[in-house]
Design a protein around this ligand. Structure first.
Ligand code: ADP
Length: 733
């Protein structure tokens, strides 16, 4: 750990401990000049003993701090019984400092350890002095040394517990209690060894060799004990790591706590997991997390990554997360000692688990996204399909089936051109492919299996799947047939209506000018003829304007119908009579045997009939007759207008009732008309609860027939019509 990362309470504690250590040393300084050769020898011997004990210490990790099991205090217990306090203090100073430096401890740790040991030994020396330790051969003196060294133990243990609790943000008692019994045992063992060594030394120095056996034994016992504690901790941490890795898949993995666990298990300065996902690199440390974007072809983004300071100390030891097929990143372990076989195996195992976890997370995400996408694509009104790099259709959504009338089973796997026709395939091929964002659209026609045409507005975007380098194209097709038709209709309407308005206006204007300029023949017959022509043209204008008004009423739903009970036979006969007067020999009437009472608007029925008869006259040769008949069938009155004209193709028989639709067959060479008459007629008959239809054979004339409800038979529908009328009136009022 960096000195910079040390929390300030710990820094204060280190400073205080170091100062107390200096003070403890200062007390002994005046005594040093009185030393004899034996004292110097004793200092060197005890310092060497301390150094060796420190070097052979067995570390046991507590989070970020390491507590060492060493035999140092056994050496000091012997020193307490054998040498002057100043000698022991200086030996502790030298031994501990050298031991810590040789283990390359951080300076603040050395300062803290040396400080607290100096204070501890000074407390022990003081206690021993106060209790009045006597001859070394006296067992009472041994007890006193034991008690005095207890003071040293209390100082050492509590200062270490304090520093660990501050570093780990744990309660003092929680750090102190769990290892207390083993620490006390260890200390007591050391004391016995130390006192034994002192007694042996004072009686026969050679006997000290005999102590080698119990020392080696206790060292081995510590090691086993520490190893078992470590193993237990490792298992617990491994279990925690495993639970963590098997957490819920939907959550994006956060490896920060995992890095902390690994630091503990591997006893490393730091552990970092560097995870690569597409262009994103995330460094998860135990206390930090950075995310970078590495963009292909942008060297500066790679520089950012290289300059990441992944750790302050040693070169990292690395384990790969993933395999050659799919690499997810690396685990970097910063630790002085190289990883042994056990640690490496453990690290590789965890790296494998992380790789699995990342792979599962990615798969889960992809599956979820695919399901969501499929739902959206399945329910959208827009057609969406993909074209593989080889030009075949790879996917086809339900909206595409509706728009084109082509089932996905017939579309998928076939060439785009075969499915959508060459025109659309060409449009798609020439579309600008947008990698992201808004793509430019293009309109084109597709033919449905029933022969009808649809206008599609298509946009294309390229997509890249994980496996293939080549890019597919995703095409979004919006059915704009209605828009295109409306646009066309608007255009047709303006040109047709302006043409139709101009046609009668031109002769009207011409005649009026001639009359004004007095350049007309003055004969009354000629004038009469002029007035007749002008009246005809004015009526034509009036009709056209009337038609336009009707269309606007139909479209706004305000068509005005005033139904009454009328006698249909009489009404039709009268109107046929009017036509007969103008076209004496062409129009013939076939009346019903008895009066036919219907519930309808007389004016509107006349309007419809007039349109049908004039169409029949207009679109059939002059020499042919028009038959108009009135009768009844299925409880309805039926009026039919039959001509011997060119007839209407089957495909057009419905279309002629659309606004502005004019058939080429019948209208060839004729410009009179805007294609509104039948549209209005059908809407009027509908509004009077009847039906208007055509039956025709090409080359064999046409029969337009409409029905109206008989007033006695269908009083219900009559009422419906009258209710509608009332509604219409209310709406227009
Ligand atoms: P317009 O007569 O002004 O064109 P209509 O709505 O009355 O408008 O008729 C629509 C079209 O239907 C005509 O343009 C014509 O092509 C066709 N049509 C109508 N009546 C007949 C008929 N009796 N015989 C053949 N075609 C007809």
């Amino acid at each position: 750990m960096n000195t910079n990362d040390v929390p300030s309470p710990v820094r204060i504690l280190v400073a205080v401990t170091a100062s107390l250590g200096v003070a403890a040393l200062a007390i002994r300084l005046p005594d040093i000049p009185t030393w004899e050769r034996g004292d110097v020898f004793a200092v060197l011997l005890l310092a060497a003993g301390t150094l060796i004990a420190e070097r052979f210490s067995i570390p046991l990790r507590h989070g970020t701090e390491i507590v060492n099991f060493a035999l140092s205090d056994a050496v000091w217990a012997a020193g307490l019984l054998l040498v002057r306090p100043s000698v022991l203090t200086v030996a502790v100073l030298l031994g501990v400092t050298l031991g810590q430096v040789s283990q390359r401890r951080a300076p603040y740790k050395i300062a803290f350890n040396v400080g607290q040991f100096l204070v501890g030994i000074t407390v022990a020396e003081a206690l021993f002095g106060v209790l009045g330790g006597g001859s070394i051969t006296d067992s009472w003196t041994w007890t006193l040394a034991f008690v005095a060294m207890g003071g040293c133990f209390v100082v050492n243990a509590s200062s270490i517990v304090l520093v660990v609790s501050l570093m780990e943000h744990k309660r003092f008692i929680d750090v102190l209690v769990p290892p207390l019994h083993i620490n006390v045992l260890h200390w007591a063992g050391n004391m016995v060894l130390g006192i034994l060594a002192a007694v042996a030394w004072s009686t026969s120095a050679a006997a000290i060799v005999l102590l080698a056996a119990p020392i080696a034994l206790s060292f081995a016992a510590y090691r086993v004990r520490v190893a078992s504690v470590k193993e237990r901790n490792d298992w617990r941490r491994m279990y925690e790591a495993g639970t963590y890795l098997s957490g819920p898949l939907g959550k994006r993995p956060d490896f920060q706590p995992f890095a902390r666990l690994l630091e503990d298990i591997l006893q490393a300065e730091a552990v970092e997991l560097i995870v690569v996902e597409d262009e994103q690199v995330t460094v998860h440390g135990s206390r930090h997390k950075h995310t970078f974007r590495v963009i292909e072809g942008d060297p500066s983004s790679v520089d950012t990554l290289v300059s990441v300071r992944v750790g302050s100390t040693p070169t990292p030891q690395i384990a790969l997360i993933g395999d050659e097929e799919q690499m997810h990143g690396v685990i970097a372990v910063y630790r002085e000692a190289p990883l042994d076989e056990r640690d490496s195996a453990l690290l590789d195992n965890l790296a494998g688990q992380i790789a699995l976890r990342l792979r599962n997370h990615r798969l889960f995400g992809e599956t979820l996204e695919q399901a969501r996408l499929a739902q959206i694509i399945g329910h959208t009104a827009d057609g969406i399909f993909t074209v593989a790099p080889d030009g075949t259709v790879a996917s086809w959504n339900p909206a595409m089936e509706l728009i084109t009338g082509c089932h996905r089973d017939r579309a998928i796997g076939r060439l785009c051109e075969e499915v959508l026709g060459p025109r659309m395939a060409e449009t798609i091929a020439s579309l600008p492919i947008a990698p992201t964002g808004d793509a430019k659209a293009s309109d084109s026609l597709v033919e449905r299996p029933d022969g009808s045409l649809r206008w599609l507005r298509v946009r294309a975007q390229s997509i890249r799947d994980h496996e293939h380098a080549a890019r597919s194209i995703v095409v979004v097709a919006h059915d704009v047939t209605a828009e295109v038709q409306a646009e066309q209709l608007k255009h047709d309407f303006v040109s047709l209506v302006s043409h139709e308005l101009r046609t009668p206006l031109t002769p009207l204007k011409g005649f009026l000018r001639s009359l004004l300029d007095g350049i007309v023949e003055d004969a009354p017959e000629a004038r009469q003829e002029y007035y007749r022509i002008m009246l005809r043209q004015t009526e034509r204008l009036e009709r056209l304007i009337g038609d336009l008004l009707d269309v606007s009423q139909i479209e706004s739903g305000n068509l005005l119908i005033e139904p009454k009970q009328i006698e249909l036979g009489y009404l039709v006969r009268r109107q046929v009579g009017d036509f007969e007067r103008q076209h004496s020999d062409r129009v013939r009437f076939h009346g019903p045997g008895a009066p036919l009472l219907v519930y309808a608007d007389a004016m509107r029925v006349e309007q419809v009939l007039s349109n049908l008869i004039s169409n029949a006259l207009k679109y059939s040769p002059r020499e042919t007759a028009i038959e108009v008949s009135v009768g009844s069938a299925d409880g309805k009155a039926v009026v039919a207008v039959q001509d011997r004209g060119p007839g209407i193709t089957e495909a057009e028989q419905e279309r002629i009732f659309e606004r502005f639709y004019r058939s080429d067959t019948a209208t060839a060479g004729r410009t009179n008309g805007v294609g509104l008459g039948l549209f209005i007629a059908r809407n009027l008959i509908d509004a009077m609860s009847g039906e208007l239809a055509v039956s025709s054979e090409l080359g064999d004339g046409s029969t337009f027939a409409f029905t109206l409800p008989l007033s006695y038979a269908t009083s219900k529908s009559g009422r419906a019509a009258s209710e509608r009328s009332a509604r219409v009136k209310a709406a227009t009022a």
